[in-house]
Design a protein around this ligand. Structure first.
Ligand SMILES: [Zn+2]
Length: 232
């Protein structure tokens, strides 16, 4: 919750300083790091950062450096920027700064690194914009409103809805990777405290396409806005 609140507060501050009435999507992370937030931001070579390092934050001097190799990967680039921004905003203990490889990290990361990943997701995908974005996505794909409920299922239809419709579109709107988007959706709860996506479904939403070849996704057809298995 601390990270969600901190990310939200920083977004509000950027909005206020820019005189904006609503959050622009995608969030202009790179621009906002420099202004209005006032940090130094650099794109640097592999050699400068050291082997395997994709991002570095130095809170003592208010500086973020991002590996130039990420420039070809928009989603990963933006997530790394937001993760380093988290270190500058939340973490000041490490005098040498923070160096990161591939993000987001998996389960065994330290508390600080998990916190930075959560902040990054909350900053790039503000929670109060996501509900509307999902409803719009379903409408754009001419899917019936009842599909919103189907997203909470644990069957092949739910996998299809997330992987074929919702995640690709949201990844585009927010400019984050599809796995990062799935992790973000896992964290959020609807106003009635129910989850947007079942945690047990998340591995099927973040794995490579080859890993779900056994699922009959190609046999799903949409009838009157509702997806179903063709033979059912
Ligand atoms: Zn980190």
């Amino acid at each position: 919750m601390r990270t969600e609140l901190a990310a939200n507060a920083l977004l509000r501050r950027c909005m206020a300083e820019r005189g904006l009435a609503a959050l622009p999507l995608p969030i202009p992370i790179e621009e906002w790091i420099e202004s209005p937030l006032g940090y130094r931001f650099e794109i640097v070579s592999d050699a400068e950062l050291g082997p395997g390092i994709l991002g570095r934050a130095r809170p003592s001097v208010g500086e973020i450096a991002i590996n130039e190799c990420l420039l070809q990967h928009e989603g990963r680039y933006r997530f790394t920027c937001a993760h380093e921004l988290a270190h500058l905003t939340l973490h000041h203990g490490e005098s040498g700064g923070y160096s990161d490889g591939e993000l987001p990290r998996d389960g065994d990361a330290s508390r600080i690194e998990r916190e930075a990943d959560r902040f990054a997701a909350a900053f790039l995908v503000p929670g109060d914009t996501l509900g509307d974005a999902i409803v719009r996505t379903l409408a754009d794909d001419q899917l019936a409103p009842q599909c919103l409920e189907m997203l909470r299922g644990d069957d092949v239809i739910a996998v299809w809805l997330w992987r074929r419709c919702v995640l690709p579109r949201l990844a585009e709107v927010y400019e984050v990777s599809k796995p990062a988007m799935a992790y973000r959706c896992r964290e959020l709860r609807l106003p009635n405290q129910r989850r947007l996506v079942r945690p047990s479904l998340v591995p099927l939403l973040t794995c490579p396409e080859a890993a779900i070849r056994v699922l009959p996704l190609s046999e799903i057809v949409v009838k009157e806005g509702v997806p179903r298995l063709a033979k059912a």
